[in-house]
Design a binder for this molecule. Structure first.
Ligand SMILES: NC(=O)c1ccc[n+]([C@@H]2O[C@H](COP(=O)([O-])OP(=O)(O)OC[C@H]3O[C@@H](n4cnc5c(N)ncnc54)[C@H](OP(=O)(O)O)[C@@H]3O)[C@@H](O)[C@H]2O)c1
Length: 305
């Protein structure tokens, strides 16, 4: 039976992947900083949790030991103390890849992001690009996946904006809401990972995972508001003003937005066309209109037309 270690298996995409792998018969080790009982206990017997911070050499090696497949989904949107973007996205990625190579792992899938580039405005994207290079150097046959915005019933984006749209009288449209996204369904992402693992030809490749359609940030927010029948004012805020304001706010713990998150919106998150896609793995990505309305119905405001 396949033994798979999933770093980041406790996160949004990771939970769906772990469930899929376990149902397909794999024995799955979820490497997390917060194993049960503080975290959510595994629902299937084939899922085991181990404690590992991606910054910790010994813990990473122990989590990888005995696995023939490793998937690294660890990523952050805001740094905290020693968990900087470089420490997590670059050094952590290198640590996982080097351990996997050293311990004879057959398959490594490393999850990056669309927008990853050495010249990107956001450090999150630059560190993801550095992470890809570090993984490639340590484990040349690794497959690298760059998803666009990922949606699903427990996602961050649609649930987060639905909750805010319901609560707040106004929402900012940073950069005028012109950033383009190609939202992709989490189960399609998971099916893509499974196809990568099943196809030897995927080794050493970079995949870009996007959905069937491109939307601007404004269109996505308008869609959320229409779905939940909320009418907050959508206020265009130029990038310079959003960066200034978020730069001031980010000194407070739990700030709603950091300057780097604003900078992430300065580049479009759509597939480039120069790397293979979900379709090349035999996965037909589903439209968000067929999936998102159902789970956003929980936020719907009654008494609005
Ligand atoms: N969701 C999207 O729309 C999207 C789009 C493009 C790319 N991605 C990429 O896909 C990956 C997964 O995204 P997601 O949305 O599932 O993220 P998520 O829900 O925020 O989960 C992040 C995961 O990273 C783990 N993690 C964070 N710091 C860690 C550390 N120091 N050591 C070990 N584990 C650590 C967390 O585990 P614990 O807290 O349990 O330790 C958690 O399982 C990320 O790399 C992200 O950049 C996501």
């Amino acid at each position: 039976m396949t033994q798979v270690t999933v770093f980041g298996g406790s996160g949004f995409i990771g939970r769906h992947l772990v469930e899929h792998l376990a149902r397909a018969g794999a024995s799955v080790r979820v490497a997390t900083r917060h194993p049960s009982p503080t975290g959510e206990p595994p629902r299937l017997a084939r899922i085991q949790q181990v404690e590992a911070d991606i910054l910790d050499d010994v813990a990473v090696q122990a989590a990888v030991h005995g696995a023939d497949t490793v998937i690294n989904l660890v990523g952050i949107l805001s740094p905290a103390q020693r968990h900087t973007f470089t420490a997590i996205h670059e050094d952590g990625a290198r640590r996982v890849a080097a351990s996997a190579k050293h311990l004879g792992v057959r398959h490594l899938v490393h999850v990056s992001a669309l927008g990853a580039s050495r010249t990107a405005p956001a450090l999150a994207d630059r560190s993801k690009a550095a992470g890809e290079e570090a993984v490639r150097a340590a484990f040349p046959e690794a497959a690298i996946v760059r998803p666009s915005l990922v949606f699903g019933s427990d996602d961050h984006f649609f649930n987060g904006f639905a909750a805010r749209a319901r609560r707040l009288p106004a929402l900012p449209l940073i950069g005028g809401g012109q950033t383009r996204f190609q939202p992709v369904y989490v189960e399609d992402v998971v099916a893509g990972f499974a196809a990568i693992l099943a196809h030897p030809a995927s080794r050493g490749k970079i995949y870009e995972f996007g959905g069937p359609q491109v939307y601007t940030f404004r269109e996505l927010l308008e869609f959320v508001c229409a779905m939940i029948r909320a009418r907050p004012l959508l206020v265009p805020v130029p990038f310079w003003a959003a960066e200034l304001l978020s730069g001031l706010l980010q000194v407070f713990p739990g700030a709603p937005l950091t300057r780097d998150q604003v900078r992430l919106l300065r580049t479009h998150k759509v597939v480039s066309g120069s790397e293979p896609l979900l379709g090349d793995l035999g996965v037909e990505p589903q439209a968000l209109e067929t999936i998102v309305p159902e789970y956003l119905s929980a936020y719907r405001q009654v008494g609005r037309g």
